[in-house]
Design a protein around this ligand. Structure first.
Ligand code: SF4
Length: 328
């Protein structure tokens, strides 16, 4: 396969066909570096040498009513994850300031466990935190608070919300294997409500849950239809006590890189990043995620798992001759 020629076609046509995408994700280990080099060309074309850094705060943890098979925070699974109610706005704002000043993050997301924001008080508190982050930092403001309707999104928009994160998690054809307490369609509706409210959307998924390569590609095309600005790719880091841990089968670092590269070919001009599971899944190959086409990553800690030191991430980006994007 002529990967470089395909990269030019992806740039010219804003993507590739689903049949070609499937071939790319099936690339052999031997040919993977050629695929990565071609994906790198697409990233360079659309993103230059700039890398965006996101940071998150797990503002409310545990006791979730939903049963997502990979999630340490579901009340359906017996994990030793810490549970706590929604943080005070000042604490959230402080976390955002630290992420900006000490880690170079340009986008900050307030993440809460649970199907949705349950009460008016919680919405107000998240609004207050967004307002504070707007006034006290230069960061892009994002929330990841589960299912939301347009009315609540508009309320948060007034407080400074710019972007809503809500993953599709997996392909529609595999969703019922991952979660049975809510539907894939509900996830689509939240994303559509955000778009109607004039809020950018960030949506991706979590991989290595037992889905097929076809289903990894299926998810990419579903995302393409929704047109998010940013696509986070998470790789399962199995947590003891979750169903995903019981059924876990490792994924090779090269397979993760092929996944990122294939997404870059399908969604050439989007922000694409490797988020959860980065250190765990790529190990010593972490820098290659950018060569595979990623232009975003998460600095600092994940939701329930510690991330590597932000200084290590910043050094890795510098060593590759890349730069942190100041405007996100
Ligand atoms: S992924 Fe979200 S909705 Fe699913 S169990 Fe975890 S916190 Fe709940």
């Amino acid at each position: 396969m002529n990967y470089l020629q395909l990269s030019q076609e992806s740039i010219k046509n804003n993507g590739i066909s689903q049949a070609i995408a499937l071939k790319l994700i099936q690339t052999s280990d031997k040919n993977t570096f050629e695929l990565l080099a071609a994906a790198n060309k697409i990233r360079q074309h659309f993103k230059g040498n700039k890398i965006n850094l996101c940071a998150i705060v797990n503002a409310k943890s545990g006791k979730c009513s939903e049963n997502c098979s990979f999630c340490a925070q579901s009340a359906h699974h017996k994990t030793d994850v810490e549970s706590y109610p929604l943080m005070e706005p000042q604490k959230i704002i402080k976390r955002a300031q630290t992420a900006e000043e000490k880690m170079g993050a340009t986008c900050f997301s307030i993440v809460t466990s649970g199907k949705t924001v349950k009460t008016k008080e919680e919405t107000q508190r998240i609004g207050e935190a967004l307002n504070g982050i707007t006034n006290e930092t230069n960061m892009n403001r994002c929330v990841s608070t589960g299912t939301l309707n347009k009315e609540t999104i508009l309320e948060l928009k007034k407080k400074g919300l710019k972007r809503l994160h809500h993953n599709l998690e997996t392909a529609e054809s595999y969703f019922a294997n991952v979660c049975t307490t809510h539907t894939y369609q509900e996830r689509i509706e939240t994303l559509k409500a955000a778009k109607e409210a004039g809020i950018e959307i960030c949506s991706g998924g979590i991989f290595n849950l037992g889905e097929s390569l076809e289903q990894r590609v299926e998810l990419a095309y579903a995302l393409k239809e929704l047109d998010p600005v940013s696509i986070p790719i998470n790789i399962l880091n199995p947590i003891e006590g979750t169903p995903a841990h019981i059924n876990y089968k490792p994924i090779s670092p090269l397979a993760v890189l092929r996944l990122i590269a294939t997404y870059r070919f399908i969604l050439p001009d989007k922000d694409i990043g490797l988020f959860g599971g980065r250190e765990f899944a790529l190990r010593e190959l972490q820098p290659l995620m950018f060569i595979a086409g990623a232009n975003v990553t998460l600095v600092g800690d994940y939701l329930t798992v510690k991330g590597q030191e932000a200084s290590k991430d910043l050094q890795m980006i510098k060593d590759l001759g890349l730069e942190i994007n100041a405007i996100h």
